[in-house]
Ligand binder design. Structure first.
Ligand SMILES: O=C(NC1CCCCC1)[C@H](C1CCCCC1)n1c(-c2ccc(-c3nnn[nH]3)cc2)nc2ccccc21
Length: 233
């Protein structure tokens, strides 16, 4: 097998993405809060909307650092962000859930999430996704580039210049492919498995609007930003 090597440009691109990904972390750690105590459905819903609102803001900052993103058509930039925030939220949630924690904490965290007020029918697909992400043991470079690939999805609704987005995404996919070979030399199909998760992620995000409105509580309040970006209320 030929020696896989990243070009100088690819290494620079990866560094830019990872730095941006680490710079724009979610402010306060939701897992820590959830491990402290079991909140009511109302408190959990408020926590979710606060976390999701700050994650959207973080995502906008991260996206501005994706080389080439700001040269895209302005309306396409909005369409890409609007189309990817739910997937990015579940991807980030999966990464939070799969983070190495003192043993027993993940069990408690899962318990707290199961009792948070989320409708039961979404538990299985959601935790299946979280566990399938956890099994991949992604390094942070892979997490960052996978998030960028999710944002640069050419087939999002209302994207006009498909080609331009496809070109940016392809550049990211080339970096991710090499990274997977270098990080997981034993697993031939690791890259393919990673991309398979994006399909699972899209399925999960289809449930999202219904999930949100059927939380076990009445009067679901959203922030103005979430109303805008989640098409709710
Ligand atoms: O805050 C959260 N996620 C943030 C993580 C960081 C990025 C922004 C989102 C929620 C918790 C909120 C409070 C109640 C428990 C879940 N969360 C979720 C989660 C659950 C259901 C929906 C949802 N969407 N629509 N209906 N329900 C979204 C996310 N999965 C998590 C896995 C690990 C840790 C936290 C997790």
């Amino acid at each position: 097998r030929e020696k896989v090597e990243m070009t100088k440009e690819q290494r620079a691109l990866m560094k830019a993405i990872v730095d941006a990904y680490n710079r724009h972390q979610i402010p306060q750690d939701v897992a820590k809060k959830l491990l402290q105590e079991q909140y009511s459905a109302e408190e959990n819903f408020l926590l979710l909307t606060e976390m999701a609102t700050s994650q959207v803001q973080v995502l906008v900052e991260f996206t501005k650092n994706i080389p080439g993103f700001l040269s895209l058509d302005r309306e396409d930039q909005i369409a890409l962000l609007k189309g990817s925030t739910v997937e990015a939220m579940f991807l980030r949630s999966a990464q939070v859930f799969s983070r190495k924690m003192p043993n027993g904490h993940t069990v408690v965290l899962e318990e707290r999430i199961r009792k948070s007020g989320i409708p039961d029918e979404f538990m299985t697909p959601m935790f299946n996704f979280y566990k399938s992400i956890g099994e991949l043991h992604m390094v942070q470079e892979e997490q960052a580039i996978l998030t960028a690939i999710t944002i640069l999805m050419p087939d999002r609704p209302y994207v006009k210049d498909h080609q331009a987005v496809e070109r940016l995404q392809e550049t990211m996919l080339n970096v991710l492919r090499k990274l997977c070979v270098l990080q997981h030399p034993q697993e031939q199909q690791y890259f393919a498995r990673l991309l398979g998760r994006l399909t699972e992620l899209r399925t999960l995000s289809h449930y999202h609007a219904e999930m949100l409105t059927s939380w076990k509580m009445n009067d679901h309040k959203f922030t103005p930003l979430l109303c805008e970006i989640w098409d709710v209320q």
